[in-house]
Design a protein around this ligand. Structure first.
Ligand code: FAD
Length: 353
């Protein structure tokens, strides 16, 4: 059976919920299809010690402030899951958990959304599937030879899982720095942090709140035709959250340049020397999870869909929300996704019925 709605939102993480909030306010008929069995999007899968890089009041979706977490200046991932669970209920958002969308295709004046539990015909689709389900692993010489354990950020849970092991953490972004710090601050792990270029820490007084201000200033400058202020990337790559600062200040976060190859029992460095390792954690980023859009044939460079804001340039009935700055400044953050969500829904509301 094919169901008819105004809008299908694919993905029920923070971006899908922010879209749902604005769709409700516009009285549009919609459904949110989410592959995860429970609310919370990717936050329910993050490692135990992860904390936000912004205080709660600067990590809110539209309509409802995130409550402060008792005893924590920066909330943990579990607190975000609770907040998103409550958000879903509070606004009575029609989220169908445990529903994976396989394909979105054109069907005359509508888009057809095919999921594992049925088909929907919609005037518009908002894709908000994030990137957690598409971990990226770079090519590495000898990857198949290494006999130890290899995992990506998505598989890391806690430092105690690596007790008495030698662990190499690869990656100079926030995940790499935070996981290296998590392991380094635990006495029973020997950790080596490896980055492609020297790590760039943001100044200690810059947290997510300041980053949002920087992203907003850049958007305003570009909108008003003023010179590009450079945005967040011009400041650095790593937010010095308290554990990262603690590990760095204790001299435990000294990055080495990338190894040249993996060996059976560790890695070989550029000078030919070798180090043993029991595990390698690849904190090497993500790609947008866009496989369900393949039938629309919209892919542009670097696997992105070419967009103007959230609107797919070659399919105006499709919006992309939350993936990164290419779908709106800071749109892959809790506080940043509200604005592009409002714009996307406003534009959908104006589409012909
Ligand atoms: P997700 O949370 O990944 O949700 C996507 C949803 O779509 C999931 O529920 C998934 O099941 C579903 N889905 C995927 N594919 C399909 C499909 N085919 N069919 C149906 N459903 C599907 N942001 C901040 O604001 N503050 C921070 O401190 C912060 N720290 C971060 C730390 C880390 C380590 C990471 C990785 C990110 C952090 N972010 C932070 C960034 C950002 O807030 C998250 O990446 C955020 O989870 C993105 O939300 P989303 O809704 O776009 O995607």
């Amino acid at each position: 059976m094919t169901r008819r709605v105004d809008v299908v939102v694919v993905g029920g993480g923070q971006a899908g919920l922010a879209a749902g909030y604005h769709l409700r306010r516009r009285y549009l008929d919609f459904v949110i299809l989410d592959a995860d069995a429970a609310p919370g999007g990717s936050w329910q899968h993050m490692w135990d010690s992860l904390h936000l890089f912004s205080p709660a009041e600067h990590s809110s979706l539209p309509g409802r402030l995130m409550p402060v977490q008792a005893g924590e200046s920066y909330p943990d991932a579990g607190h975000v899951v609770d907040y998103l669970t409550d958000y879903e209920k509070r606004y009575d958002l029609p989220v169908q958990h445990g529903t994976r969308v396989d394909a979105v295709r054109r069907d005359g004046d509508r888009l057809l959304v095919e999921a594992d539990s049925g088909t929907w015909r919609a005037r518009a689709v908002i894709s908000a599937t994030g990137s957690w389900s598409r971990p990226f692993l770079p090519a590495a010489a000898g990857r198949g030879v290494f006999a130890g354990r290899q995992l990506h950020t998505v598989g890391y849970r806690r430092s105690a899982d690596f007790a008495r092991q030698r662990v190499i953490v690869v990656g100079g972004g926030n995940s790499g720095a935070q996981i290296a710090a998590d392991l380094a601050l635990y006495d029973h792990v020997e950790v080596t942090w490896v980055t492609r270029r020297p790590p760039r820490f943001l100044p200690d007084d810059i947290d997510g709140r300041a980053l949002f201000d920087v992203a907003t200033a850049r958007r305003r400058a570009l909108e008003e035709g003023r010179p590009d202020t450079g945005g967040v990337a011009s400041l650095g790559d790593i937010v010095a959250v308290p554990p990262v600062r603690a590990a760095r200040d204790a001299g435990l976060l000294n990055a080495k340049p990338m190894f040249s190859r993996l060996t059976a029992d560790g890695v070989q460095w550029a000078d030919g020397s070798r180090s043993g390792a029991d595990a390698i954690v690849w904190c090497t980023g993500f790609r947008p999870a866009l496989a369900h859009l393949a039938p629309l044939n919209l892919r542009g460079p670097r696997g992105h869909v070419p967009t103007d804001g959230t609107r797919a340039l070659d399919e105006p009935r499709l919006r992309l929300l939350g993936y990164g700055d290419w779908t709106g400044p800071a749109s892959a953050t809790l506080i940043g996704v509200g604005r592009p969500a409002r714009e996307a829904v406003g534009q959908i509301h104006a589409l012909p019925a």
